[in-house]
Write a new protein. Structure first.
Length: 217
């Protein structure tokens, strides 16, 4: 039965339940385990999406037959790998990473997983790289998961470069609980939501960090 607490995620989403479901629905193969584990083994920040969110990204791309995909914020390539699994043989995923160390780890993980040819890791600031990708669009899906203060500009780029029916995905859409705060980055995140709601059919899924999902009008 749903009440205010269960709808707020405070009743049923217990750690043991989530762990059981994650093992069943979003199990790691060797490549995913390697990429997820890079936070420890390579000393990268542990800020990748969770297994269930990664699996959801894969399924959203499969549902929309996505063939051309852009990701902003690669880290070790964990979310990249989930999404690459959804691509057909002639599909391609461009992922953008500003930190050359993260990009090198991601390239290694993607190649080891057999997705080296279906993915390109671009090293640089997303606002510099995105214009270079425009000639390869329009795209079928854009996943935003980098610096939160630029989400408004990434969202605007996505609105410009997604086909009608294309998917917008944005992690950390709750902005760590600070969405309604009076700061430049929070305002940028609110603008991201507002502009997405205008150009896409949208919902903010209540994953642990909030996942914005939009279908381009
Ligand atoms: N999507 C990844 C996690 C990304 S973490 C996953 O779920 O597995 C965010 C990444 O964005 C970090 O690696 C960080 O270096 C990168 N980043 C931060 N600012 C950026 C920018 N302006 N352009 C591109 N990447 C950026
Ligand atoms: C951070 C970034 C993320 O993309 C995330 O999902 C969690 C944390 C961070 O920069 O702290
Ligand atoms: Mg994130």
């Amino acid at each position: 039965m749903a009440d205010a607490d269960s709808r707020a995620g405070r009743t049923y989403a217990e750690p043991a339940v989530l762990a059981w479901l994650e093992d069943l629905h979003a199990p790691h193969d060797g490549a995913l385990a390697q990429a997820f584990g890079a936070s420890e083994s390579e000393n990268l920040p542990a800020i990748q999406v969770g297994p269930s969110e990664g699996r959801a990204l894969e399924l959203f791309l499969r549902m929309s037959n996505a063939r051309r995909v852009v990701e902003i914020g690669t880290l070790a390539g964990y979310s990249t790998l989930w999404m690459a699994r959804a691509l057909p043989a002639d599909g391609h995923l461009h992922t953008i990473e500003v930190d050359p160390l993260h990009a090198a780890v991601a390239r290694r993980n993607l190649e080891a997983a057999g997705f080296g040819d279906r993915t390109t890791v671009h090293v640089g600031a997303a606002l510099d790289i995105l214009p270079l990708l425009e000639g390869q669009g329009p795209f079928d899906a854009v996943f935003i998961d980098a610096d939160k203060g630029c989400y408004d500009r990434y969202g605007a780029w996505a609105a410009q470069n997604l086909r009608s029916g294309g998917l917008l995905l944005g992690d950390n859409a709750f902005y760590f609980g600070n969405l309604l705060v009076d700061s430049d980055a929070a305002r940028a995140m609110r603008r991201f939501h507002e502009e997405a709601a205008a150009a896409f059919a949208t919902v903010c899924l209540p994953t642990p960090d909030g996942l914005l999902l939009g279908i381009r009008h």
